[in-house]
Design a protein around this ligand. Sequence first.
Ligand SMILES: C[C@H](N)C(=O)N[C@@H](CCC(=O)O)C(=O)O
Ligand SMILES: [Mg+2]
Length: 367
Amino acid sequence: MKITAIRFAKLEVPLITPFKTAMRTVQNITDLVVIIETDKGVLGYGSAPSTPIITGDTHGSICYAINNVIGPHIIGMDIEDLNAICHKIQHAIVANSSAKAALEIAIYDLWAKRFDAPLYKMLGGGKPILSTDVTISVDHIEKMLADANLAISQGFEILKIKIGTDIENDIERIYSIHQDVAKRATLRLDVNQGWTAKQTVYAMQKLENIGVELELIEQPVKSNDIKGLRYISERITTPVMADESAFSPLQVIDLIRSGAADIINIKLMKCAGLSQAIKIADLAELHDIPCMIGCMLEGSIGVAAAAHLAAAKASSISLIDLDGPALGQYDPVVGGVDFNLSNITLGQGAGLGIERINDLQELTWPF
Ligand SMILES: C[C@H](N)C(=O)N[C@@H](CCC(=O)O)C(=O)O
Ligand SMILES: [Mg+2]
């Protein structure tokens, strides 16, 4: 089965409630869909959101990189040559992790379809059922408490609390949410780079000393502040997870060797796709470092690929933050992975199992 063409489309889904972090506020899930055509008429689907302040990638840059730079290297290749195709994708251009991730998702979808098996089985098998946390956006305390209680009433057992806008307000937010819901849910924090290392130690020691128990604290400091992450890890008892500091497998090796993080958040859009995510999961497992599988604010094509990976790499990926599709008002993707609040169920269709995508807006590049 040979790759013959690559085309693009846009998929937009309004959110149930605005998604707010220390870095950005978003109202819709907007994905660029990458569709790979083959000589057998089989299609492969991938997708990527635009996250310039996290990855540096926009939908324009993703289309350019795929259409003008990476695509010509893989057109004509046989889908059975998975490793050779991924090698071309990874080495055709530096950076551009979202473009590489979207392409690799579509390639792995086709590869599993070629062997008529669900992707997670091609990646080694596993349990096709996962449970995700849910994001509680940063907001005023009453709104965060209401959102946390609603999420618990919907069956979510783990809440990912977004903070990082103002240190004293953040301490108040964490304390109030902990007081209200800690007996009913596990709490994770995500600061999205909003604090300094000293502020983090101050806030966390204060919270730890008054008995606030948190599962982990994610990316408290700027992405390039590896010394800061280490400074924090040495001074607090709550485990520290690297997110925006952990893009590539090489960065993860450095983080682990320098003792800067206790947990690694793997996202396909950061690490440049499934081939690299597998490397990170394997090398973290070798070092006894647990991983989270995360997602951007993105929809169910890209997140389905992450779910298949998590199912197959359960020995390394023990924490799941794949709530993107559940935050949307509906899922336009029919077939494949079912995202129902905290419950993620992988289908048994070949590849990602996608049968149809509603509301797809075809794009012609350049647009
Ligand atoms: C959606 C997921 N729960 C999440 O919080 N992901 C990111 C932020 C994604 C974005 O801004 O698009 C994270 O920082 O973990
Ligand atoms: Mg994060």
